[in-house]
Design a protein around this ligand. Sequence first.
Ligand code: CP
Length: 262
Amino acid sequence: MKNVIESQQFDTATTQKIFDIADRFERQKENCMNGKIMACLFYEPSTRTRFSFESAMIKLGGAVISTENAKEFSSASKGETLEDTIRVVGNYADVIVLRHYEKGAAQKAADVSAVPIINAGDGTGQHPTQALLDLYTIKKELGYIDDISIAMIGDLKNGRTVRSLSYVLGKYNKIKIFFVSPPDLKIGQGIKEYLTRHDVGFSETENMEHVLSQVDVIYQTRIQKERFESAEEYGKYKGKYVLLPEHISKIKNKSIIMHPLP
Ligand code: CP
């Protein structure tokens, strides 16, 4: 696996291998990235993803070069194409972590890159490393991944973390997914077909309260304001799904609540 573009690339054995390495890194300091440089090329805003990549690289002994607003502060502002930027940055770095506003941008970058590309979110496309982190959290908190029920709540049409997590959950056994969203923000048809092919049971509803007591994981997501054409359109859905204390009293004792934030 040279590049990390989409979560379907990960089977359960590879995922477990990554979890084992992550566990080891949590327990002991290693300098395995000594002498390596990671470039973070972020065309869309980020707090967690960029800092977690940079922090990880530094903890592992590597170095970081970074632009946090590449649309404005890279040569994209002078008309340079993404492909040309990737070709150039590949001369300075051993790996490129890319966040971009366009779905498919990570693959476009990988097609021309001499160094590995890691997709840190491509528009409404995918966020595969968030999915690995989410799976790692589920495994740590519940102790297992097979056989879980999960409610994915919010803007499922535009949310890339939900898409990536659904694809990777499709590799596990006896998973049940409840997709909870307004009718206009439903999960895409492509994912539903993928889940059917992988024997994952799923259902769709607009009503969050109906599913809360049935699930092991409540995966909340925000309504993606920046993906709507107008403030008025966004306003129709803003604040639609909010978890309140009265909801918490309905959930299973061992259930966990997750949110990719912000
Ligand atoms: N979860 C996540 O992608 O957060 P950021 O947008 O802050 O990176």
